[in-house]
Write a protein that binds this ligand. Structure first.
Ligand SMILES: Cc1cc2nc3c(=O)[nH]c(=O)nc-3n(C[C@H](O)[C@H](O)[C@H](O)COP(=O)(O)OP(=O)(O)OC[C@H]3O[C@@H](n4cnc5c(N)ncnc54)[C@H](O)[C@@H]3O)c2cc1C
Ligand code: SF4
Length: 511
């Protein structure tokens, strides 16, 4: 069995970013990724293929309460879910790292605070070419410097919306976006600002994802080996259970064993918890590193809703995902609890709407709806709850999730409808408004976090502040599992920044 200094399992926002941080260390690094490279093909930008046929989602079936099949909206590729993400790359707010009282309970304090995370956020924004403009978002955490690239401009319909919101006293701002767009020199811009970005892979490789920005640039170094189609099935400890001795993987269909001084799990919050549970042994009878009984628990995925605001005015926007609003992130005048975050989605077309339309809605109506709508994504914070959990039952991943802390979020959705109805009275949005809200079901695990939370107390957390297992000295986790609370902005930049922070610790440890 060949011996490595470090093995990284998974190449998404966490694993891919960590690899990039360690690539120049000279250490012998093995990366095991269960997926292959996502093919660069015309279907990347085909809405029917991507949304209706779910071409890039796993065909795996998980289970949920009542033994019901669950088809998760997730994919296994080099780059993980960043291959299809919307690349909205937000920092959590300073207060998100503290204990916060919500209407529905307590959001937990983090063992690492914003000030410690801030330089890694800066590093992650550079690595993922984030475009933005500081000073506009009223809840923005302190930034030492401006974004590395200028904001992505609003198209005219969105600029008008921006101006209308400003007139009403709100503070819309530019979504921080990880795309390789050069608006000053479109001829040489890798990104063409197309209408198939959010939820689609980028046919031009112009989206800053973990594959293109981190994994591929790491492979020219001799010390880095990437094996694709290598699904890790078990972590095996030494006799006393204090170290990972070796790992078992199915590599292109054959079982292979690998050994390393340090093992980093980065399979995504659900699969990482499942891997630890599947690796139970005599020393760890309920799953690796699970004396606290927290492995797989506290699963969070945000309270999410998509909202279609249909107006009499056409919306010809192509790249719509440029504007966000955080005016209600911490609440409002008569509601002193957090409510959440509002951002634009990519512009929907009739093929995206088909899935949710009643079967009698003719194509023409859907077309009209799509060309007259502005598409929103609203996110609220869900709270860590022991009963929201990942289990492995038989061979299957079993996921239980019941929404909590909904009061503030429902208030946000109602508020946002009211605000949209109030702007441009009658000229833009219908006087009484048509607002179609779709709550995202349990299969929508895009924002999965929390299943192996970090903390200072081994009785209530799985990982320590360096994201090392409290119980197993050479086992680390760098995907979304470590979040003690979910905040209400998209999670990837925090996963990336944390991977860079843990990477620094690992570089010092391996010296
Ligand atoms: C449609 C969509 C849009 C999104 N938009 C945004 C957005 O705009 N902004 C944002 O911040 N976030 C967004 N997200 C969420 C974002 O993609 C995730 O938060 C992020 O990718 C999670 O990173 P991760 O490292 O935890 O897991 P992943 O990125 O999922 O990576 C996990 C990796 O582990 C591999 N793996 C799993 N199991 C094994 C195993 N047993 N052996 C070997 N390898 C394994 C997987 O193949 C994958 O490569 C979006 C997600 C989706 C699906
Ligand atoms: S908008 Fe740019 S980054 Fe996004 S898919 Fe289109 S070309 Fe790629």
């Amino acid at each position: 069995m060949e011996q490595y200094d470090i093995i990284i399992i998974g190449t998404g926002a966490g694993g891919g970013t960590l690899l990039h941080k360690l690539k120049d260390s000279g250490k012998k690094i093995l990366v095991l990724e269960r997926g292959g490279y996502l093919p660069q093909e015309k279907e990347n930008w085909d809405t029917v293929e991507v949304f209706q046929k779910e071409r890039y989602h796993t065909k795996e079936a998980w289970k949920t309460s009542g033994d019901i099949d669950l088809h998760p909206g997730t994919g296994y590729w080099v780059g993980g879910n960043t291959k299809v993400y919307g690349a909205a790359l937000f920092r959590l707010r300073e207060k998100d790292f503290e204990q916060i009282q919500h209407a529905g309970g307590i959001s937990l304090e983090w063992p690492v605070k914003y000030a410690e995370m801030a330089p890694y956020y800066t590093e992650a924004e550079k690595l993922y070419t984030v475009h933005g403009k500081m000073g506009l978002d009223p809840t923005e955490p302190h930034r030492a410097e401006e974004y590395p690239y200028p904001e992505v401009s609003h198209e005219p319909r969105i600029q008008q919306l921006h101006d209308d919101l400003r007139k009403k006293g709100y503070h819309p701002f530019y979504i921080p976006l990880g795309i390789k767009l050069n608006e000053a020199d479109r001829v040489h811009s890798e990104c063409i600002r197309c209408n198939t970005c959010d939820g689609f892979p980028c046919l031009l490789h112009a989206k800053s994802d973990a594959d293109i920005n981190c994994v591929r640039p790491s492979l020219s170094d001799d010390n880095v080996t990437l094996l694709t189609e290598a699904k890790v099935t078990r972590l095996v400890t030494n006799a006393s259970g204090t170290q990972i001795d070796h790992i078992e993987a199915l590599y292109q269909g054959t079982q292979v064993l690998f050994k390393a001084d340090i093992v980093v799990v980065a399979c995504g919050a659900i699969n990482s918890a499942a891997l630890l549970l599947r690796s139970a042994n005599d020393q760890h009878p309920t799953g690796l590193a699970n004396k606290s009984d927290q492995v797989g628990r506290n699963f969070m995925k945000h309270l999410n809703a998509a909202m279609l605001a249909i107006s009499t005015k056409p919306n010809p926007s192509i790249f719509q995902k440029t504007l966000a609003v955080n005016d209600f992130y911490w609440g409002e005048k008569d509601f002193a609890f957090p409510m959440g975050h509002v951002q634009l989605l990519g512009k929907s077309n009739k093929d995206q709407l088909t899935e949710d339309a009643p079967f009698f809605t003719p194509g023409l109506v859907l077309d009209e709806m799509a060309t007259h709508s502005i598409d929103w994504w609203l996110t609220g914070e869900d709270l860590a709850a022991a009963e929201n959990r990942v289990q492995v039952i038989g061979e299957n991943i079993h996921l239980d999730y019941t929404e909590n802390n909904t009061e503030g979020f429902n208030r946000l959705v109602a508020k946002w409808k009211h605000i949209l109805a109030g702007i441009d009275s009658g000229d833009s949005f219908f006087p009484h408004g048509i607002y179609l809200r779709k709550n995202i079901p349990i299969s929508g695990v895009a924002h999965q976090v929390g299943t192996l939370r970090f903390g200072t107390d081994p009785a209530t957390s799985v990982l320590d502040r360096n994201c090392k297992s409290h119980e197993i000295d050479n086992l680390y986790v760098v995907d979304g599992s470590f979040f003690p609370s979910s905040g209400a902005v998209n999670p990837s930049l925090t996963i990336m920044a944390n991977a860079l922070r843990v990477g620094e610790h690992l570089l010092a440890r391996m010296k």
